[in-house]
Design a protein around this ligand. Sequence first.
Ligand code: NAD
Length: 251
Amino acid sequence: MATGVNIDSAVELIINSKFAIAFTGAGISVESGIPPFRGKDGLWSKYDPNVLDLNNFFLNPIDSWKVIKEIFYDFFGAAKPNAAHFALSEMEKMGLIKAVITQNIDNLHTDAGSKEVYEFHGNSRMLVCPYCGHNYLTSEVNLNDIVPLCNQCHGVLKPDFIFFGESIPALAYQKSVEAAEKADLVIIIGSTGEVVPASMIPSVAKQNGAQIIEINPEKSLFTSTITDVFLQGKATEMMTQLINELKKSKI
Ligand code: NAD
């Protein structure tokens, strides 16, 4: 558990920072009801990870879309931001963080009101046609059709988040690296550090002299390598403590 001393150290680092950023993983959305992929209760204990294999998607679009719709739209789509997402959005309004770099595709940072959000793995809010490149808002497409089709070229639409083996979206990548190079503080929330190249973002900041605060109930690959202040606990508990202390110190 995080001690008062750790929370105090984290608050001091945040207040004294000039360009703090957050880096979030699946853990921040666990308390919104979305499990991570890995681990005992992770999504891959129930579903076949092959569903996010690009070749499989093109070879079996009907079967793929059935599972993709169930996981990423029916299930993820019903989730709401939690206290940790809202705390980050408040910190942005208070001028205490400049951007959120997220590996998540669930849109919950934007739903919570964060403005500067770089989605490293894309987002489920958009669908893209892999054949002609046309984009669609998911809300404009009937996902109850057997497969959603492009109304320009009739190709099967794909969610605009990355499948295994796909490149990181260029703009999100560029903005994330730029922010990491500028950052003097990174708050990592709910990430194992096992997913590359996303996991190199906090390390880029560290190499440029940034301090690292980490929030996670479990130790991660970051904890013993780059973390300076480890707040061991759930995202909502730790972020609520942090935002309350930050508000007091702003008075
Ligand atoms: P991950 O690297 O995202 O790790 C999940 C981490 O969350 C673990 O370290 C775990 O200890 C921590 N965690 C669990 N409960 C927590 C809580 N209440 N508060 C804070 N931290 C908590 O691992 P993954 O799930 O294998 O993800 C692989 C990739 O897929 C990542 O890019 C991830 O962001 C993405 N993904 C996204 C979503 C989403 O959009 N919500 C869901 C699953 C996976």
